[in-house]
Write a protein that binds this ligand. Structure first.
Ligand code: RM4
Ligand code: MN
Ligand code: MN
Length: 430
């Protein structure tokens, strides 16, 4: 049996921190209470918040220049599941993982489901991959996939997406996420109208294979790997496509997939308004699709996104049911540590948005009292809600300080022995 962090170690580490934590939680409770916020309500909501971990995120990522693999990396999906389960064990915030095919292909999906269940994790949206060629693949995706100029390539890409749905059904997933790299590098290389028609034709076939309780998430991205035009480049195109396909199609917002300075929270609000927000791929960025850790560069923007989500939930926006996932590339950190911290950063932004006084905010907005409106919103962002997050973990038998327990456990060292490196590990994004 492979190594798992002993529950006793979590208990010991928690015991060390417990009294200081209890003091901090009580103090924050009193502070929030004075502002009319019940800390218990917030803690319960934070405890119920879940964000999925991408299976491709637990391997070390890389850039197009190099990848520097870390020790003890998972060598296949079964080992990726162990790492996902460890992240959940300590944070209690990541009960599901989001698999990517064919990277996570196995012969026996029942065995995979059973292993996941034994580890205490489930499966979120399945991701298709028509942005790379696989060994032995008959036709190349070099010039596109679902929107390729040739029908035979489009058919192959459709068949792959249908296979992903079939695999997802075996794993208990309820959604397919489709991100395509299709686009062009030169003006004139492709017909900008025709490629969108091809995409819609292909996606109509994929859509037809969705069960009644399934959804398809369309993920837009401005550029890269195509550098002149991208077929599903922005939320406008994504929404147009979702509306053309039908009610099961929704628009997924990957935070890194926008032009610099774009107002992402406003995009989120528009998609909610249209009843088409699929959910998120959380990450952070400075320049482009950097895939840096969630909340590491611009936590205020993350808070503003959550502010829209809490606002939508408070007014019961029709069709509002977002799926939360992380999508990051960990090039210089231990992926398990990055994913734990990122899940907690998403929870932090959520908690901060929950404590905003929405009635007072609406009143200030109605009065055009600009400074007070801004001040009310900002009060949520500047509040240190860490004790709420720790309390939610503690109540779920997680760790008050997940990083400390992880380091004390020597998990990575043990896994390095358990998982001797193989020549061609499929871990991580390069
Ligand atoms: C893309 C996109 C997709 C992810 C791949 C690995 O940029 O974000 O969601 O599946 O990267
Ligand atoms: Mn993504
Ligand atoms: Mn991306």
């Amino acid at each position: 049996m492979s190594y798992r962090i002993p529950e006793a170690l979590i208990g010991e580490e928690n015991a060390r921190l417990d009294s200081a934590h209890a003091e901090d939680y009580a103090a924050l409770g009193r502070r929030l209470g004075r502002a009319g916020v019940d800390i218990e309500t917030i803690t319960a909501k934070v405890a119920a918040f879940a964000v999925a971990v991408p299976t491709w995120g637990v391997g070390t990522g890389g850039t197009r220049f190099a990848r520097f693999p870390g020790p003890g990396e998972p060598r296949g999906v079964f080992e990726k599941l162990e790492d996902c389960a460890t992240i959940h064990q300590l944070t209690r915030a990541t009960p599901a993982c989001s698999p990517h095919f064919p990277w996570d292909k196995v012969d026996d999906y029942r065995e995979l489901s059973e292993r996941a269940a034994a580890l205490g994790v489930g499966f979120d949206a399945v991701n298709s991959n028509t942005f790379q060629d696989q060994p032995g693949q008959p036709l190349s995706y070099k010039f596109g996939s679902l929107a390729h100029s040739q029908k035979a390539v489009r058919d192959q890409a459709v068949a792959h997406n249908v296979e992903c749905i079939e695999i997802g059904e075996k794993l208990g997933s309820k959604a397919l996420t489709v991100w395509i790299a299709d686009g062009s590098n030169f003006p004139g290389q492709s017909n900008l109208s025709r490629v969108l028609d091809f995409y819609l034709e292909s996606m109509t076939e994929v859509y037809a294979c969705l069960a009644d309780d399934w959804r398809v998430f369309l993920e837009h991205k401005l550029y890269e790997p195509a550098f002149y035009s991208t077929v599903i480049s922005d939320w406008g195109t994504s929404l147009m496509a979702a509306q053309a396909l039908g009610p099961k199609a929704h628009c997924l917002v990957d935070l890194g997939h926008h032009a610099a300075n774009v107002n992402i929270e406003q995009i989120v609000s528009r998609l909610i308004r249209a009843g088409r927000l699929a959910g998120f791929h959380f990450n952070d960025s400075k320049y482009g699709d950097d895939d840096l850790d969630t909340g590491s560069i611009d936590p205020f923007r993350l808070f503003l996104v959550f502010n829209e989500l809490v606002d939508a939930s408070a007014r019961d926006a029709p069709g509002f049911n977002p799926a939360y996932m992380l999508d990051q590339s960990h090039n210089v950190t231990d992926p398990i540590e990055s994913l734990m911290v990122s899940a907690m950063e998403a929870q932090r932004a959520y908690a901060q948005a929950l404590i905003v006084d929405r009635e007072a905010l609406a009143a200030a907005q109605a009065d055009n009292d600009v400074m007070i409106a801004h001040h009310i919103l900002k009060a949520g962002f500047v509040a240190d809600v860490s004790p709420i997050l720790a309390e939610a973990r503690l109540r779920g038998a997680g760790a008050i300080d997940p990083i400390a327990v992880y380091r004390a456990s020597n998990y990575r060292k043990v896994k390095t022995k358990e998982r001797p490196a193989v020549a061609s590990s499929s871990s991580g994004i390069v």
